[in-house]
Design a binder for this molecule. Structure first.
Ligand code: HEC
Ligand code: HEC
Ligand code: HEC
Length: 471
């Protein structure tokens, strides 16, 4: 008996040793002779990432088994729901453009050592991201990010996922001046009462601070108005991304029946033609005169000026250690720790992808309001089930002044908006102290337009009481 136990123990030892050796042999680090990007591709390919993060997963044979199969299919479903990695892998392979959000997400799971999960790599030998592999990936991320932006950051801060705003984007001054006039021109509306600035006043952070905007005849829209400041950084416009450019976007509100309700652009143009002085000034800049394309181009040129550089946080990014306080810096560290800086990245801290609202917890089920058409988000445009409740991520510049928050305008304070982001997007219940720090950080993102800090002179209590609560 004793002998048998000894024998078994010895056999077990040998087996474990053999496993360890095989495991090492299987979990090879891609050769250092390969270009860095190819090594990263090989690591993720070996890591099985696409098995769970694509529309067309490679389902292993044992996924057909009753118990194991259920677990696997669930991981594949929620993996793809959380992150589609196809474009990222394609870009690695072809040297194409990498999305800054994808880069930040991949960086974060590698930093936290979250992917692939143990239950996967224990079965798929070789897929684990060992310390050595993680170092290769993280090195590459740093280089990739530095190359992605041409914003002059140097040293450690060149690797930050949040980027400063360029002082000036290129635009045509004469056209922008016309665009400024049009932006403030109520003749774009059917009864000459509403201009773009009615809902996006430059003095009130480019928003109206209402839950829903008020159009002609005081009609109410069904979604919260985002700011026009820094909209130029968005990859598409509107919560659902239905306009590809600012000019496309500008063609929407004038004809929108509840916003400006003009019957047609011809109608608007006829009104503007009657204004001899304006028509002449316009023709001087656009030789073919007043057309829809020219009007919306002028507005786009003006909106290219609506950037807000020189925030305190940007000064910190550019190397001024004194620009923000220790508490604000802690807020930024929490913002990164809790994954906020995976969706909210780049110069506008957002505007680069569509993301699911309620990634980790059922936002809409818990909201206590009926679902609206607008709640469908990107789905409205594509009719693809995966896009339901996905929204273009809002930018967070000047966010202290752009209340109320979310597409449905349901969060009145920044504290609520931040706490609930933790809950619904990240599955973390932040303490009051943590929320306060993140909010303090967010307030350092307030920048300047024409040399003056963005503010809002809207009186919060007055507006809330006056208009929004009846709805
Ligand atoms: C067995 C399936 C599976 C594999 C393999 C896998 N993932 Fe995931 N991944 C998931 C699931 C499930 C989630 C959602 C986690 C959650 O909601 O808690 C996820 C989430 C993510 C996210 C989104 C951030 C987050 O935490 O929600 C990223 C980024 C990610 N994975 C990257 C990777 C990378 C990179 C690899 C390869 C190294 C990988 N994954 C391999 C299943 C997988
Ligand atoms: C009645 C109020 C109202 C008027 C007038 C109005 N907007 Fe808006 N604006 C909104 C609302 C509400 C949204 C969000 C709509 C959506 O996403 O479906 C929006 C969205 C936008 C966006 C997209 C921002 C982003 O982050 O996606 C831009 C840019 C914009 N408006 C510019 C303009 C311009 C230019 C005009 C004038 C031609 C104008 N708006 C007129 C209320 C208004
Ligand atoms: C998975 C992507 C994702 C993550 C992670 C995420 N957000 Fe968001 N964030 C969004 C989306 C999408 C919205 C818009 C939601 C809506 O309108 O219903 C949003 C909205 C916001 C808003 C409101 C902005 C406005 O103008 O309405 C704030 C503030 C915000 N997020 C902060 C944070 C903070 C702080 C964290 C970390 C705790 C975080 N977010 C994590 C995607 C994300």
């Amino acid at each position: 008996m004793k002998k048998l136990i000894k024998w078994c123990a010895a056999a077990l030892l040998v087996a474990v040793a053999a496993m360890a050796v095989t495991y090492r042999a299987v979990n090879r680090v891609p050769s250092a002779d390969m270009p860095q990007i190819d090594r990263v591709y090989a690591i993720f390919e070996e890591g099985g990432c696409l098995s769970c993060h694509s529309a067309d997963p490679k389902v292993p044979f044992y996924a057909k088994l009753p118990v194991a199969g259920k677990v696997i299919m669930k991981d594949i479903d929620s993996g793809y729901r959380a992150f589609d990695m196809t474009k990222f892998m394609e870009a690695l392979k072809t040297g194409g453009e990498i999305n800054a959000v994808d880069l930040a997400k991949v960086e974060k799971v590698v930093l936290d050592n979250r992917m692939p999960m143990a239950k996967y790599y224990l079965v798929h030998w070789g897929s684990q991201l060992t310390a050595e592999k993680r170092e290769i990936v993280l090195d590459w991320v740093k280089n990739e990010r530095a190359a992605m932006y041409n914003d002059g950051l140097v040293g450690d801060r060149a690797a930050e996922p949040v980027r400063p705003i360029d002082a000036k984007l290129e635009y045509d001054e004469a056209k922008a001046a016309l665009g400024f006039a049009l932006f403030h021109d109520t003749r774009l509306s059917v009864d000459n009462t509403v201009s773009c600035a009615s809902c996006h006043a430059l003095e009130t952070a480019g928003v109206d601070n209402h839950r829903y905007s008020h159009g002609v005849d005081d009609q109410l829209g069904g979604v919260n108005a985002p700011t026009v400041y820094n909209a130029v950084y968005n990859f598409v416009q509107f919560w659902d991304g239905r306009a590809m450019t600012l000019a496309d976007q500008a063609a929407g509100p004038p004809l929108n029946p509840i916003e400006m309700a003009s019957p047609s652009f011809d109608d608007i143009i006829a009104k503007l033609e009657k204004d001899r002085k304006f028509a002449k000034a316009f023709k001087a800049v656009y030789p073919d005169g007043l057309t829809q394309a020219n009007l919306t181009d002028a507005i786009e040129q003006f909106e290219r000026t609506l950037v807000t550089p020189d925030s305190r946080f940007d000064n910190w990014l550019r190397g001024d250690d004194e620009a923000i306080t220790a508490e604000e810096l802690e807020g930024y560290e929490l913002f990164k720790k809790y994954d906020c800086a995976t969706c909210h990245v780049g110069p506008n801290l957002g505007g680069l992808t569509y993301e699911l609202m309620g990634l980790r917890r059922h936002y809409f089920a818990e909201r206590g309001l009926e679902l609206t058409v607008e709640d469908n988000g990107r789905f409205k445009e594509t009719q693809e089930e995966r896009d339901r409740h996905r929204f273009k991520v809002p930018g967070l510049r000047n966010v202290e002044h752009t209340w109320p928050y979310y597409h449905d305008g349901t969060r009145e304070t920044l504290e609520e908006a931040v706490y609930d982001m933790g809950l619904y997007q990240v599955d973390v219940e932040m303490t009051d102290a943590e929320v306060a720090k993140v909010v303090a950080f967010l307030k350092t993102l307030t920048g300047k337009y024409n040399g003056e800090y963005i503010t809002s002179d809207n009186d919060r209590e007055h507006i809330d009481a006056e208009t929004d609560h009846e709805h």
